[in-house]
Design a protein around this ligand. Sequence first.
Ligand code: HEM
Length: 525
Amino acid sequence: MLPRASCRLQAINIHYQNATLRLFSSQVHVNSIDLTANDFRRNYETALPYSEIPGPSAFTLMKNALPGGKLFGKEFDVISKEYRREYGDLFKFPSIFGSMEFVATHKPEDFQTVFRTEGQWPERMGLKTMIHYRTKVRPDIFGKHSGLANAQGKEWGDFRSAVNPVMMQPRNTMIYIPKVDAVAVDFVKRIQRIRNAKTKEVPDNFENELNKWALEAVAVIAMDARLGLLHDNYNKRSAKLIQGARDAFRLMFELEFRPSLWRFISTPKFKKFIEALDAVTDVSCEIIEEAGERFNKKPESSENHDESVLEKLLQIDPLLAKVMAIDMLFGGIDTTSSAITSLLYLLAKNPDKQENLRQEIMTKLPNKDSSLTAESMKHFPYLRACLKESLRVLPTVGGNVRTVAQNIILQGYQIPKGTTVSMGTGALLREDEHFPNANKYEPERWLKKDGVPAPAKSAHPYIFLPFGFGPRMCVGKRFAEMEIETLVARIIRNFHVEWHHPDLKFKFTSVNVPADKLLFTFKDI
Ligand code: HEM
């Protein structure tokens, strides 16, 4: 323990918490935007009752979702699209087999109402499968913590206040650039090794390679550990972690959102899910323990400015540090690799944009072995725009969710406090009404030119929220953006990225993942 560092962290923590509260205080309790409490109460009483929100009955939903039904095996975005066509921009998904009833909306004004009334401790429904696993199956590891993503109320507020200064401050992200860049350089070498010598196309397991990069990069930030995943003979333990995270993510989605009896009996899928989570938990704990031993061996006097997230959090609360590190390993694989897949694919399909990006990168990486620094990363506005645009055209997550914190009115209907509302932002990102030429990949729409604001700024501000919104937004946002930008800068500096196959499809699990093999071609510059 380092008491002085701990005090410093707590001071930053309090400062950050105050700043965060200031930032969002103007957004609290304004559902009635500009209405007095009495006016709002009157409006609420005369609004249409919640029970009248249109939508399929539990029976129809079951019938459609079971074998032979019109939506059998369909992804959530397809089901949502179908019901939106049938019922309009607001409809209700009833509860089946103990799953949660929720309201789905596709109107930006509704997103604004929900977010601006979310309060100090916004609630996003916890994942019942994860909470069950952590509190009932593995309390030995997780103690009272079901994880940041699943905690609610003050427990969430305390957890988040502890991790925010370490994970959300830009300064604390930049310090990891050299280490994350070293991972990117290794990945470039890996591409050179594994691609076909003649065609330069990578093997059909390239998605797994991207997963390995994502885990290697997040581990270096989370616990200053190089796992060696980019070597030819990477160890079985890490393979188990990747496979476990991938299986758990996909099964979690099925168990949470499709009809399932797991709440009543341990179904085969549920057993597989527990096995997958056990693999993630056990391997993560081993890696964390090894990191802890390394930190203990560090001399007291050694520099601590680029301490890992784990090391910093250990000085605040060891259990919280462990749970957050596990969540970083678990949550930092599929998300980041899905986002980078979309970006590489869109750059491959739009060679002119790829060339613009290369020109920008060349200014700071004149040689292939020039170093990427925090300073050089500040000068890549086009790279940032390319990432934003790919998160718009092929978003990693399809929407946002909140449990509403007070009674509100959406599209004339009463939405009582405690209702789960799913905001289908993903569906609107490809609509011309919000983004002209919405299907076109145009990073320029995110850039201001000659003093003229970026065209994308004229879209409703609550539609493009790839990392969520407000105090509960993605805690890994800054790390994810930095990891992706670093790797893409390295790749585009080294290769022409090409795609010579039918259009790549994505499927919606908990995140959008590629449905086909990632057969990219990487030709040397
Ligand atoms: C491109 C990559 C990523 C995307 C698009 C993404 C997106 C999201 C979104 C939309 C949320 C919900 C936010 C809200 O409700 O307002 C979220 C939450 C979260 N994300 Fe990410 N994420 C990404 C990467 C990561 C990474 C790398 C980590 C770990 C280092 C991470 C950890 C988390 C955690 C722990 C939460 C829950 C936060 C809370 O409830 O306080 N994410 N993410």
